[in-house]
Design a protein around this ligand. Sequence first.
Ligand code: NI
Length: 216
Amino acid sequence: MTSKEEIITKTRLFVKKELENEATGHDWWHIQRVVNMAKNISKTEGGDEFIIEVAALLHDISDYKLNNGDEKKGIEKLETFLNEIAISPETKEEILNIINGVSYKGAGVKEETLSVEGKIVQDADRLDAMGAIGIARTFAYGGNKNRAIYSPNIDPKIHTSFIDYKSSTAPTINHFYEKLLLLKNRMNTKTAKKIAKERHQFMEDFLTQFYSEWNA
Ligand code: NI
């Protein structure tokens, strides 16, 4: 019988190896921050700690952004790993549902209904897309994808389909209006809402300063 600690250790090693050299802001440090934040949120919001930790560790493994746009390949990789660890089919299903539901798919795209554990992992992941770290990650991603920093001639868009959202090549500043500034009102838990408020204000202040320098 494999203990829960052994499963977590095995999962950590797998994710670390997969994402260590990732250069779009979805690296191993992002995963560790999300795991820590999810555990912190769960202290006041509840949920099954084991499910939260495993799902938070694996939440980006199948993401299209990390699989050359091929989400199917990512899901296969994730399922292969889940079949290798000693968890019940029900637990596997629960983890898969969380991972499939957490990702942001566009401002106008309806979100999936999540379990308590899913809501916590989603909040933790979204908090890492906000504030100073969120800003740093967004520009790292934009640079990696050859996007411009800003263009006053290109307006932000409210994407109504996931395909539309993920194929965007808009300047990085637009991403604030297409995702980052919308996250504050999409937090699930009370604990995350409080943290989001502060990080949101920091991004607003950053943008104010950015435009004042741009127009100086
Ligand atoms: Ni993530």
